[in-house]
Design a protein around this ligand. Structure first.
Ligand SMILES: [Fe+2]
Length: 327
């Protein structure tokens, strides 16, 4: 995949270059926007918003540590407290459901979800998603609307964000080792916002090996990446520094579940005409992947896509549109 990056990957920092808040787009050789370095919004209060949001996460970590519910340990992503919440499907679940946490962590997470500064981070990621991937965003709206209407017990994290799941990486050293979020939607975006006290020129970069990109990510900056298809991680920060991050995403299983008529592919295939239905849903071999790629907007079509006029829907999508959008 070729890459084109318009100018510097990120503003060096809010203080040294306050005017550089324009997002940078990463496009493939067809001009599709496959990742977005959103930077930060035009908001003089943004530094304060970010500080307050990550202060809340730091507080959550300290409460967990004080209660003996968390000690520094290493999981597959790194050494930090990660609180995950929202709606997901996979990893042994029989159907889409709310991610489970203990009572103690549910309380901590509730405080984070209702924190007005964290809500603004969530909203900024989601707004950036709608702005730079409008077709994909609409696809999320369509599928998730169908899912949440069918299962009223599902709880959305934020009223101002399309993403159904979030992880609060509460530090103190939220630096992830290289990984692939293989449960996320393969052609979806993951929103990431970093925060903390670290020198972004010396550490805390986001790297994406296949694309040979290493991106400076100052505190308060956000980006959207296809986290299920590109290996990614962070460079280490320096001793004595701290880094936190907040991510939002959607599990691919949610989309497959709705696609197959609110059931698993296995249950669909167990039906008498299941094989035929699945073939109708999936389309011709290979066509689903091409269709998925088409959900990524091209730079020169972005304005039109934002108007929602350049949609191409598979028979499945027409089915969903007719069935659910008329509600
Ligand atoms: Fe990730």
């Amino acid at each position: 995949m070729e890459r084109t990056v318009c100018g510097p990957l990120f503003p060096p920092s809010h203080h040294s270059n306050p005017d550089r808040r324009d997002p940078k787009l990463i496009v493939d050789e067809q001009g599709r926007i496959v990742a977005v370095l959103l930077g930060r919004p035009e908001d003089p209060d943004w530094d304060y918003v970010v500080r307050q949001a990550f202060k809340a996460m730091r507080h959550a970590r300290r409460r967990a540590r004080a209660a003996g519910m968390w000690t520094a340990f290493s999981h597959r992503r790194g050494n930090y407290l990660a609180l995950t919440t929202g709606v997901s499907f996979g990893g042994g679940q029989l159907r889409p459901g709310n991610l489970r946490n203990t009572r103690f962590f549910r309380r901590l997470i509730k405080r984070l979800l209702t924190n007005k500064y964290i809500r603004r981070l969530a909203g900024f990621q989601s707004s950036g998603f709608a702005l730079y991937a409008p077709k994909l965003y609409r696809y999320y709206c369509l599928i998730l609307k169908a899912l949440f209407e069918r299962q009223p017990g599902l709880v959305h994290n934020f009223t101002n964000s399309i993403f159904p799941a979030a992880t609060f990486n509460c530090g103190p050293d939220a630096v992830t080792v290289e990984h692939l979020d293989f449960l996320n939607l393969s052609h979806g975006f993951c929103g990431i916002t970093s925060g903390g006290c670290f020198d972004h020129t010396k550490g805390g970069h986001v790297h994406m090996r296949q694309w040979r990109l290493v991106i400076q990510c100052p505190s308060g900056s956000s980006l959207l990446i296809p986290s299920a298809t590109v290996d990614h991680g962070n460079t280490p920060i320096q001793p004595g520094e701290s880094r936190h991050s907040m991510t939002q995403y959607a599990a691919g299983g949610l989309f497959r579940w709705v696609t197959y008529g609110h059931q698993t592919a296995k249950d669909l295939l167990a039906q008498r005409d299941g094989k035929h239905k699945r073939a109708v849903f999936d389309g011709e071999p290979g066509s689903r992947w091409a269709w998925a790629l088409d959900l990524f907007s091209k730079i020169d079509e972005l304005d039109a896509d934002r108007g929602g006029v350049r949609q191409r829907w598979t028979p499945l999508d027409v089915y969903i549109l007719r069935r659910y959008l008329s509600c």
